[in-house]
Each structure stands twice: as structure tokens, then as C-alpha cells.
Design a binder for this molecule. Structure first.
Ligand code: GDP
Length: 173
């Protein structure tokens, strides 16, 4: 079964987005305890593919050993994960991506899992500011023109259909 993972710093809105994506589908949670534990959770969607909820990174107060564990866990997960076809990178639409976001995206590039970014909490900026913010995200993450940035609001339930369409096209490749 193919897998699509979701990555982002903690508080970016990943749980809210995954709730939105999975609630509208025939969801079976395969393992885990979303939002509560810092482990990798899997959701089976329509018996078609798995969504992988990667633990949020970037806790300001975590010790070095904790972030080291996070890196080790990611390394173990990503290396040789043959069914993993994409990692959706989540960034808050309001802010330029952090250094850790940039590092994460570099990491995804290295593994060939990059190319799809979701700008979360799109309702927090006015519509006529969206393009400006997306441009900053594109520049900071050094995206190429083929890379996609999809603004989504889990609160207003906007943008997720476009995201689902994109996931389907990724799975169909
Ligand atoms: P996670 O730590 O990445 O899983 O983030 P959560 O989904 O728990 O969200 C973190 C905070 O952001 C919560 O207070 C959410 O209510 C809020 N949040 C998440 N998505 C949205 C959104 O689309 N719009 C707004 N305005 N707030 C959001």
C-alpha cells in the first residue's frame, strides 16, 4: 500500500488538517494516538493508501537528545521506505518557513519526496495577501516552479479538495 506522509513543526495545524482529510473518508486508524504521542501514526484511507502522521518537530524546549531521537526516528522511517511516495510539508501561511522547515524540506529533497507544500491556517490572512505569503514560502524553501503550494484552512474547510486531488494524482503516478 502506498503511503503519503505529513510533516511540519508542532502547532502548524497538522492534526486539524488530518482530521479534515480523514473524517470525510472511510477511515481506519491503524495505530497510535494522534496529537498525544510523539510517535508515527498511520491511517488507512478507503483501503487505498496510508496517511502517515509524522511527529511535529521544532519544540523550542526539547533537549538535544529529544531532537536527536526525532532525527533518528525520521531517518529510520524514511530510509528504505519503499511505499512512501510523498511527504507533504506543512508550513503556517502567516510566517516565512523556519530554519527547521528549510532543513526538513532539504531532507525531503534528498530522498526525492519533496514537491508538495501545504500552507496552513489560510483563514488567518486576507485573500489578497495569499499570493504574497505563498511567494515568501516558495522563496524560503527554494521551491522549483513544478512544486506546488496549496493554501488550506482546516477551520473554514477550504483548500482540502484541491489537496485531495493532488494526493490522488500523486498516488496515480
Ligand atoms: P499540530 O500541533 O500541528 O497538530 O496543530 P493542531 O492541529 O493541533 O493546531 C494547532 C492550533 O492551531 C490549534 O489551536 C488549532 O485550533 C489551530 N488551527 C489549526 N488549523 C487551523 C486553521 O486552519 N485555521 C485557524 N485559524 N486555526 C487553526
Amino acid at each position: 500500500l502506498k503511503e503519503i506522509a505529513f510533516a511540519g513543526r508542532s502547532n502548524v495545524g497538522k492534526s486539524s488538517l488530518l482530521n479534515l482529510l480523514t473524517k470525510r473518508r472511510n477511515l481506519a486508524r491503524v495505530s497510535g494516538n494522534p496529537g498525544k504521542t510523539r510517535t508515527i501514526n498511520f491511517y488507512l484511507i478507503n483501503d487505498e493508501f496510508r496517511i502517515v502522521d509524522l511527529p511535529g518537530y521544532g519544540y523550542a524546549k526539547v533537549s538535544k537528545s529529544v531532537s536527536q531521537n526525532w532525527g533518528d526516528m525520521m531517518e529510520m522511517y524514511l530510509a528504505g521506505r519503499e511505499n512512501l511516495v510523498k511527504v507533504v510539508q506543512l508550513v503556517d501561511i502567516r510566517h516565512a518557513p523556519s530554519k527547521q522547515d528549510v532543513e526538513m524540506y532539504e531532507y525531503l529533497k534528498y530522498y526525492g519526496l519533496d514537491g508538495l507544500v501545504v500552507a496552513t491556517k489560510a483563514d488567518k490572512i486576507s485573500r489578497n495577501q495569499t499570493m504574497k505569503h505563498i511567494k515568501i514560502i516558495r522563496q524560503t524553501l527554494k521551491l522549483s516552479s513544478e512544486d506546488k503550494v496549496i493554501p488550506v484552512s482546516a477551520l473554514k474547510k477550504t483548500g482540502y479538495q484541491e489537496l485531495l486531488d493532488e494526493l490522488e494524482s500523486v498516488l496515480g503516478e
